[in-house]
Write a protein that binds this ligand. Structure first.
Ligand SMILES: Nc1ncnc2c1ncn2[C@@H]1O[C@H](COP(=O)(O)OP(=O)(O)OP(=O)(O)O)[C@@H](O)[C@H]1O
Ligand SMILES: [Mg+2]
Length: 242
């Protein structure tokens, strides 16, 4: 049983390091997420946001430290095993299969995952635009529709934790609002969500807590509502706000 006033953690990361060859992109990150929680990870270009998500998803081989998911250590597991346990990544730049249709892209997302509420039907209910285009090649879609396919593909694995890397990137504000408006339905199943965004306000509006990364380290963390613009700017750009 959890201590009074604390919720059981779905994901616990302690002292995480990650490397590209000799280059250390992440240095000693600590991060926790409870079931059903929405957190934002913000930071400037190259701060280590994508590396953090890829480390959780098992896509960075050279990682060390503690990564526990639902009580199990996943720090040395292969990506497909991590998907099977219930972690899905919506990668930066969407990474759809261009020669496949919308439906085929979605079905691939379901291959390694768990059973649960998400299926072709429920993804099409979430994003009705995709249903009418299910036979289209993914390249024939608008940027916003491609992002919906990328989110739908991740949901098809019925994750308990969804990692979204810059879902607003390159999209018009109206499309970003449309996609963000769907997030409450996505988390209503008790799913935990990590939102990585360059758009700080967008991320802080959607999340209850935030982590700001700077040069691979956590420069600032706290409740999203408590983070002042000055503190975020200082952590984001490495400027001393005093
Ligand atoms: N494949 C790679 N090989 C070598 N270095 C890399 C690789 N990918 C990222 N890096 C470096 O690791 C650091 C962190 O990069 P990362 O992509 O995690 O940053 P980010 O916060 O996601 O940035 P962005 O906002 O531009 O997406 C940067 O210095 C980057 O240049
Ligand atoms: Mg990135």
């Amino acid at each position: 049983m959890s201590e009074p006033g604390t919720s059981p953690k779905l994901l616990s990361i302690r002292n995480l390091d990650a490397f590209y060859g000799d280059f250390q992109a992440i240095c000693g990150i600590d991060l926790e997420i409870a079931a059903g929680e929405v957190i934002a990870v913000i930071g400037a270009n190259g701060a280590g946001k994508s590396t953090l998500l890829k480390s959780i998803a098992g896509l960075i081989g050279a990682r060390r430290g503690v990564i526990e998911f639902a009580g199990d250590s996943i720090a040395s597991l292969a990506p497909h095993m991590i998907v099977a346990l219930g972690i899905a990544l919506v990668p930066e730049g969407r990474r759809l299969f261009p020669s496949l249709t919308v439906e085929e892209n979605l079905l691939i997302g379901g291959q390694l995952g768990r059973s649960g509420p998400w299926s072709l039907d429920s993804v099409f209910r979430l994003f009705p635009d995709l249903k009418a285009r299910r036979e289209f090649k993914s390249t024939a879609l608008s940027g916003g529709q491609q992002q919906m396919v990328a989110i739908g593909r991740a949901l098809m694995s019925n994750p308990r934790l969804l990692l979204c890397d810059e879902i607003s990137l390159g999209l018009a504000p109206i499309v970003v609002r449309e996609i963000y408006a769907r997030l409450p339905e996505i988390v209503s199943e008790g799913l935990a969500l990590v939102i990585v965004e360059q758009d700080i306000q967008q991320a802080l509006r959607a999340a209850s807590r935030a982590y700001c990364l700077q040069e691979g380290c956590v420069a600032l963390t706290g409740k999203a509502a408590d983070l002042t613009r000055e503190a975020v700017s200082a952590a984001y750009f490495g400027i001393d706000a005093r």
